[in-house]
Design a protein around this ligand. Structure first.
Ligand code: PLP
Length: 423
């Protein structure tokens, strides 16, 4: 009886520690996702329902602020490169949505990623990542980190054992993305976190494509989650932003490097980002439902060779997707018959769906990776990654599904006519 009582108490203590590790504490902590999206982090100043925009570079040095400075400055609005009322609000909101202890906001997703890696890696350290990750991140890891004596090995995000095989004595970080761009491979985050924990590595995931609505990597064992706030979090294609949330001790180190590197989030941008996040839970189900319906219809269309979407049982990562992000995703990719020329003809004939790079806004965006994100990648390397001729990436918006489908159908008719004229 004594030992079982001790073990129950011990388990309680461990559970308490884990739950405070997982959840940012504000008065909405025990509320559900939609309530946290609206209220967590938002500063009701002088009775305001939203966080007012603080267009100030500096703040009066009151006794309270001096004390905050003495205590570490991180969350005290003193000078807006360090922290502002608006950047605190958005960082706290994402931390609440991801179930993280703490967070920092940045001027862009790339600023969040580069500052995080520079804060946690030193000369002679090593990290494991994948060549499938976002191009800017790949460029930073392969061009810049080696200049500081930091080594990066590339493994396969679909195969956790390839990550484990790449671990060395000096490995510090395991880096993945929930859903890759543009092939939409799904990473088995649970297996990756288990490997990182087993080897004592810091596990970092870019959760931009999935969003905290679809996937919470911290609950699966990740230490840090990065986001390009430019995409779904902002949700309206009108800002550039970045966020990192996770373990408090790591976020503090990242904050210190943010102060040196200077990628602070502008208060006005934070206001827009916060406003966007207050409807994340309302937008995401429509993005995901529209994408799933287009995926289903495209799969049956004779002009389409292949469709990648997490909702399709025919999709290579369907099983993993159902476990890691069952709510689905607004990102879709497909292959138009007839190669890149036909795909380009198709895209240029679309009238409603907008040809542009980026993703996650309320409007549908479409691009051919061969002449945008993968323009400088040799064709054989593109093919190897799954970006075969005719490949189209689409960020499905929240327009009416029948209007989207009518636009796609008429453009596929034009692509078909183009193919027939060539035959
Ligand atoms: N991570 C992913 C998955 C992205 O797609 C992007 C940009 O497209 C970034 C990071 C970089 O974000 P930003 O453009 O906000 O710097």
């Amino acid at each position: 009886v004594f030992y079982s009582t001790i073990s129950v108490i011990y388990r309680r203590i461990v559970d308490d520690l884990l739950s405070c590790r997982r959840v940012v504490s504000d008065k909405y902590t025990d509320k559900r996702f939609a309530t946290r999206a609206i209220w967590s982090g938002t500063q009701n100043i002088d009775g305001s329902a939203t966080t007012p925009v603080f267009l100030t570079s500096t703040y009066q040095l009151t006794d309270e602020r001096y004390q905050g400075w003495a205590d570490g400055a991180q969350h005290t609005a003193l000078y807006s490169r360090l922290s502002s009322i608006n950047s605190e609000a958005v960082a706290a909101k994402v931390a609440a949505l991801e179930g993280a202890e703490d967070g920092e906001a940045f001027a862009s997703g790339m600023s969040a990623i580069s500052t995080t890696l520079l804060a946690l890696l030193s000369k002679d350290d090593h990290m494991v990542a994948s060549a499938d990750c976002y191009g800017g991140t790949y460029g930073f890891m392969t061009e810049d980190l080696p200049r500081f004596g930091i080594e990066v090995s590339m493994a396969d995000m679909r195969d956790p054992s390839s990550y484990e095989a790449a671990i060395q004595d000096n490995t510090k970080i395991l880096y993945v993305e929930t859903l890759t761009n543009p092939v939409l491979k799904v990473c088995d985050l649970e297996a990756m976190a288990a490997i990182a924990n087993k080897h004592g590595l810091i596990a970092i995931v870019d959760n931009t494509f999935a969003t905290p609505w679809a996937c919470n990597p911290i609950s699966m064992g990740f230490d840090l989650v990065v986001h390009s706030g430019t995409k779904y979090l902002g949700g309206h294609s009108d800002l550039i932003a970045g966020i990192v949330v996770g373990r408090k001790d790591l976020i503090f180190e990242i904050f210190r490097k943010k102060v040196h590197l200077g990628g602070a989030a502008d208060p006005h941008m934070c206001y827009l980002l916060e406003r966007g996040m207050r409807t994340l839970h309302a937008r995401m189900p429509i993005h995901a439902a529209n994408a799933a319906e287009l995926a289903r219809r495209l799969e049956a269309h004779p002009m389409i060779e292949r469709v990648n979407h997490t909702s399709l049982p025919s999709y290579a990562d369907y099983e993993v997707a159902q476990r890691i992000m069952p709510a689905g995703s607004g990102m879709l990719s497909y292959v138009v018959m007839g190669g890149d020329e036909a795909a380009l003809r198709y895209i240029r004939t679309l009238e409603l769906i907008f040809e542009a790079t980026s993703l996650g806004g309320v409007e549908s965006l479409v691009e051919c990776p061969f002449n945008t994100s993968h323009m400088f990648v040799p064709e054989e390397v593109r093919r190897e990654a799954g970006v075969i001729p005719g490949f189209v990436r689409m960020s499905v918006g929240i327009e009416d599904i029948e209007d989207l489908w009518a636009d796609i159908e008429q453009a596929l008719v034009a692509a078909n006519a183009f193919l027939e004229s060539r035959a």
